[in-house]
Structure formats: C-alpha cells, structure tokens
Design a protein around this ligand. Structure first.
Ligand SMILES: *[C@@H]1O[C@H](CO)[C@@H](O)[C@H](O)[C@H]1NC(C)=O
Ligand SMILES: *[C@@H]1O[C@H](CO)[C@@H](O)[C@H](O)[C@H]1NC(C)=O
Ligand SMILES: *[C@@H]1O[C@H](CO)[C@@H](O)[C@H](O)[C@H]1NC(C)=O
Ligand SMILES: [Cu+2]
Length: 178
C-alpha cells in the first residue's frame, strides 16, 4: 500500500517537474531594448521545455544558424514565425539561435542564443517500471501448453529461496512475538 502510494505520488509530481514553458524575456517578452544574453544566463533550458515568444506585429522570430546569429544575418533561416505568440519545443540538446529579422532589431540586441541540456528529471523508466512477467498468462490461454520455459523455473526457484530466506528472518521475530 505504501509502495503504491509512493508510486502514485511519483507519477503525479514527475510531469510537473518535467517540461516547462519559458517565456522569452520574461515580462518584457520579445522586444528591442532588452538584453537576451543576460536573460538567457539566468535560465536553464532542457529538452522538452517550450520557448514562448510573445511580441507585437513589428517583430518576428527567425530560427537561424550560429553564423547568422553572430552577424545578424538571415541567409540561413531554418524557420520563421510572425504570429505574435510563437511556441518552440526544444527537441534536442545543443545550441539553438534566434533573431528578429526586422531591420536593425538584431543589432539592437533582439537575438537569442540558448544551450539546451538533457532533461535531468527522473525519466519514465524510474517512475513506471514494467510490470513483472506473470508465469500464469501462458497456462491461462492454453490448457495443453508445454511446461513453462527455464526462465519460469528459475523464478520458481528464486521464489523458493525467498520463502526460505523469509522464514530464516521471520522465525526469530515470531519466537519473540510468541
Ligand atoms: C500563447 O501560446 C501558449 C502556448 O501555446 C498559450 O498557452 C497561450 O495562451 C497563448 N497566449 C496567447 C495570448 O494567445
Ligand atoms: C520539435 O519537434 C516538433 C515536432 O516534430 C517540430 O514541429 C518542431 O519544429 C521541433 N522544434 C525545433 C526547434 O526544431
Ligand atoms: C496450445 O498449445 C499447443 C502446444 O504448444 C499447440 O499445439 C496448440 O495449437 C495451442 N492451442 C491454442 C489454441 O493456442
Ligand atoms: Cu524585432
């Protein structure tokens, strides 16, 4: 019961810690007159997080190469957005670069470089272990099935060892209790 509760709590908490939405520039959004280098240094970006760019009609968001980022060029634009509320899912680790292609804006600091790191939250492997194989499933579906393979014999053997160990550990306790 305690085990089940612990698992439930894990499953409940994990998604909250997992992916997060990060509004670029915080309350300032995506605009001129803001230092995105300083801002990015205060954030952590992990795979699965989402960048949200919020901006008015006088701005856009271009996903660019490092050299374009460095020189405020738009010769290598990989994606371009101008909907005013652009959500970018960070799919992979490594650096990713954005800039505003509107005239002069990038030069005024409207550019963003971030380093995406691997998600360091507990993965699904820890929160949901695969259910143990049940040796009864084979026999239930086919009454004429051959004896279970050696794997099942092994687990039966292990079970016996467990029972023996349990009796060794529990016997003195039972004596004390009795
Ligand atoms: C912007 O997009 C995000 C996520 O896609 C959404 O949650 C939010 O409501 C949107 N905001 C506006 C003003 O449309
Ligand atoms: C992340 O993957 C989604 C779905 O495949 C895709 O639409 C999106 O463009 C990707 N994000 C980046 C930054 O490449
Ligand atoms: C039951 O197992 C036997 C022996 O492996 C097999 O020949 C037979 O086809 C199986 N029957 C069904 C319904 O799976
Ligand atoms: Cu702009």
């Amino acid at each position: 019961m305690a085990m089940a509760t612990a698992l439930l709590i894990l499953l409940f908490v994990a998604p909250a810690v997992h992916a997060k939405d990060i509004t670029v520039g915080g309350n300032s959004g995506w605009d001129t007159g803001f230092n995105y280098v300083n801002w990015a240094a205060t954030q952590t970006f992990s795979v699965g997080d989402r960048l949200v760019f919020t901006y008015g009609g006088s701005h856009s968001v271009d996903l660019v190469s490092k050299s374009d980022y460095d020189t405020c060029a738009t010769s290598n634009v990989m994606a371009s957005y101008s909907d005013g509320n652009t959500t970018i899912t960070l799919n992979s680790t490594g650096s990713i670069y954005f800039l505003c292609p509107k005239s002069g804006h990038c030069g005024q600091g409207m550019k963003l470089a971030i380093l995406v790191t691997a998600s360091n939250t507990p993965s699904t492997t820890t929160s949901s272990p695969p259910p143990p194989k049940s040796p009864t499933t084979n026999t239930a579906t086919n009454t004429t099935s051959p004896p279970p393979p050696s794997g099942a014999t092994g687990s039966f053997y292990n079970l016996n060892i467990l029972v023996v160990l349990a009796s060794i550990v529990l016997a003195p306790a039972l004596v004390v209790m009795g």
